[in-house]
Write a protein that binds this ligand. Structure first.
Ligand SMILES: CCCCCCCC(=O)SCCNC(=O)CCNC(=O)[C@H](O)C(C)(C)COP(=O)(O)OP(=O)(O)OC[C@H]1O[C@@H](n2cnc3c(N)ncnc32)[C@H](O)[C@@H]1OP(=O)(O)O
Length: 179
């Protein structure tokens, strides 16, 4: 599949943390109201990202009617959100919290409503706080990808990064902090 994404020349291999989620198990994410993975989000993708061997992950997503973009097919922005979730979760195999710095999607084929998209993702390496990832999506045949993505994620200090926003956080009760 064609892509314009270029990995840096100084990229270095990264290693799975020994305490990372075991292969085959769901990687527990940040909070239940997340649009990408949260079970309590009123609207969301509810993607479970499963740890694979090494620095790999996998996930699947049923394409529901509300995800429609063009007639009968998924909206491209929603697919990019799914890729963001899949790739953004993978650095937890390094036990490293990250946020998205840069995301690139290559769309190869329309994805019909009602289909189930299968994702595989992997960490390609890192440079300082930067983690480079890739993911591919298919509809059942890994030899026939429908889309692919590259993501650059930046390691953060969770407490500091969200310090100025936590009072706006929405909870399953529907209330904001302090509301
Ligand atoms: C557990 C989480 C699961 C996540 C799944 C979903 C993920 C998300 O949707 S996260 C939400 C979307 N993303 C965001 O809100 C991030 C907003 N951006 C920011 O907060 C900041 O720009 C942040 C934290 C990424 C970087 O800022 P800062 O900490 O000051 O670091 P900074 O020094 O600018 O950058 C660090 C390195 O990354 C590089 N970098 C930063 N942004 C980019 C970019 N867009 N493209 C390329 N390189 C970048 C910098 O050049 C620098 O590289 P180097 O080490 O070579 O100098």
């Amino acid at each position: 599949m064609k892509t314009s994404f270029v990995l840096p020349a100084d990229i270095e291999p990264l290693s799975r943390d020994p305490k990372a989620t075991s292969p085959g198990r769901r990687i527990n994410l940040h909070h239940s109201m997340c649009f990408g993975c949260g079970a309590d989000a009123p609207v969301g993708l509810r993607i479970d990202v499963i740890a694979g061997e090494g620095l790999t992950v996998s996930a699947s997503m049923k394409v529901e009617d509300w995800m429609q973009g063009g007639p009968g097919v998924i909206h491209g922005g929603l697919l990019s959100t799914a890729f963001d979730e899949v790739m953004g979760t993978s650095p937890l195999l390094l036990r490293m919290p990250v946020v998205t710095g840069h995301l690139e999607i290559d769309y190869a084929k329309p994805i019909p409503l009602g289909s189930t998209v299968q994702f595989t993702g992997e960490i390609l390496g890192g440079v300082r706080r930067k983690v480079y990832t890739r993911a591919v999506a298919h509809l059942g045949d890994p030899q026939e990808p429908v889309a692919a993505a590259h993501g650059l994620f930046i390691a953060i200090d969770l407490e500091k990064h969200f310090a100025g926003y936590r009072d706006r956080a929405v909870h399953p009760s529907g209330h904001q902090n302090g509301a």
